[in-house]
Design a protein around this ligand. Structure first.
Ligand code: URP
Ligand code: ZN
Ligand code: ZN
Ligand code: ZN
Length: 463
């Protein structure tokens, strides 16, 4: 069935213009003035609204086994929540256990993701090194649509990649035309600081940010950037949360290095005071890594997005319910790390960014969709409203308002880090793969309707 979106303002990363948008067979087939509705077409009135590429969240964790438990959102509930918020594609993570075959883990995650309601694709984490890992990275790039590899520099005694793994995997990524990405925190320092705090009896969530100060993040960011510089690889740094890491990216880019930075909606809007709450459930609900920082760091992140040294916005959506978080009631290092946001990212960034004059609508599209599509090589299939692109569209109502609450969210876990925030600017309609999946508050997500999106390598693969 075809859909005609009529009377709106199309917003792409390069410009905004009045046009109708016609979708058919899951694709956008025409963008122009006064398009005719084909017989039987569904018409959406976009008068007074913006017609933007569906959001791409380049950092989520659905169905993730992590810290002794599994996230509350699976691929259906998590992608459905995304659709309700205008996000039509997620890039999630395959995270093999150390010693596990990356290919085996990839197939495990593909199985879990089969129920997704929205499109998805995967970064694959390199959590150990061997000839098998070297070989299977090639198979993943050549045959399985993977073009990015993730390295956790934190989580010692679990999934942390040591320097040998980083160097060998970055080099292999370059050979394959894939982009290395890092979670930048010095895992050894985090571990030692955690032990110091526990020894002093400081066992509550307030210790979480003390064990992961900005310098711990900056050390890892600088190290990853230095390795990428020596090996001449590009680099993408996930969840940049502090000024010091941003400064490292800015310096590297000024020297011509191809380094990209991602900011999380949570880090842009929430500050570290949440960890001081005497309510364990509230404080633990905000435990994620890197932690929320001071307002000074938040300001720096917004400036990074405005100035072009940060490129994408994500959520690191990784939800756990109160019972799961309670595993760390007597020891903050056992609180499963992670917060939600896939449903709120677009609205909170619009509200804080566009409504406050920090971003134009086109800049908003760039940092919520287009840049992610370009950096991870799915552009122009995704990330733009033009003929030939996937019909992944959010019709954005700049006058609509919503008060965010765990009581009304679609995401599981029963907690929302944006609780009580009233935003202006919300999705009126979401179209995914040419179907209306959300309209005026009603979610029509279909389990299994999401597709795996292959991401080709950046150069022809020969290695
Ligand atoms: O606390 C977080 N961020 N949990 C998810 C795993 C990660 O580090 O991205
Ligand atoms: Zn296979
Ligand atoms: Zn991380
Ligand atoms: Zn993550």
């Amino acid at each position: 069935m075809s859909i005609l979106i009529r009377g709106g303002t199309v917003v792409n990363a390069d410009r905004a213009f009045r046009a109708d948008v016609l979708c058919d067979g899951g694709r956008i087939v025409a963008v122009g003035d006064n398009l005719e509705a084909p017989a039987g077409a569904q018409t959406i009135d976009a008068g007074g609204q913006y017609v933007m590429p569906g959001g791409i969240d380049p950092h989520t964790h659905m169905n993730l086994p992590f810290m002794g438990t599994v996230t509350a959102d699976d691929f259906f509930t998590g992608t459905a929540a995304g659709l309700a918020g205008g996000t039509t594609t997620i890039i999630d993570f395959v995270i093999p256990n150390p010693q596990q075959s990356p290919l085996e883990a990839y197939h495990q995650w593909r199985g879990w993701a089969a129920k997704a309601a929205g499109d998805y694709t995967f970064h694959v984490a390199i959590t150990w090194w061997s000839d098998l890992v070297h070989e299977e990275m090639g198979t993943l790039v050549r045959d399985h649509g993977v073009n990015s590899f993730k390295h956790f520099m934190a989580y010692k005694n679990a999934i942390m990649a040591d320097d040998e793994t980083l160097v060998k995997s970055f080099r292999r990524s370059l050979e394959l035309g894939a982009i290395p990405t890092v979670h930048a925190e010095n895992g050894e320092l985090v571990y030692q600081l955690q032990q110091d705090l526990l020894k002093k009896g400081l066992t509550g969530p307030a210790s979480h940010p003390l064990s992961r100060p900005p310098a711990v993040e900056a050390e890892a960011a600088n190290r990853a950037i230095a390795i990428a510089n020596v090996l001449q690889t590009p680099l993408y740094i996930v969840h940049v949360s502090c000024k010091e890491s941003l400064d490292a990216i800015t310096r590297a880019r000024a020297m011509g290095q191809r380094v990209y930075g991602e900011a999380l909606a949570g880090h842009l809007l929430i500050d570290e005071s949440v960890y001081q709450s005497p309510d364990f459930e509230f404080a633990a609900g905000h435990v994620m890594s890197p932690p929320f920082r001071s307002k000074e760091h938040q300001r720096a992140l917004w400036q990074g997005l405005q100035g072009g040294n940060l490129h994408t916005t994500a959520t690191d959506h990784c939800t756990f319910c109160g019972e799961q978080k309670a595993a760390g009631r007597d020891n903050f290092t056992k609180i499963p790390n992670g917060c939600g946001g896939v449903e709120e990212r677009m609205a909170v960034i619009w509200d804080e960014g566009v409504n406050k004059g920090l971003l134009t609508p086109s800049e908003f599209v760039r940092i919520t969709s287009t840049n992610a599509a370009q950096i991870f090589n799915i552009y122009p299939r995704k990330g733009v409203i033009q003929a030939g692109a996937d019909a992944d569209i959010v019709v954005w109502d700049p006058a609509g308002t919503r008060t965010i609450s765990a009581k009304t969210q679609h995401s599981k876990g029963g907690f929302n880090v944006f609780e009580g925030r009233t935003v202006q600017g919300i999705p009126g309609t979401t179209v995914a793969a040419g179907k209306v999946v959300f309209h005026r508050g009603e979610l029509m997500a279909v389990e299994g309707a999401g597709r795996h999106i292959d991401r080709p390598a950046f150069v022809p693969v020969t290695a």
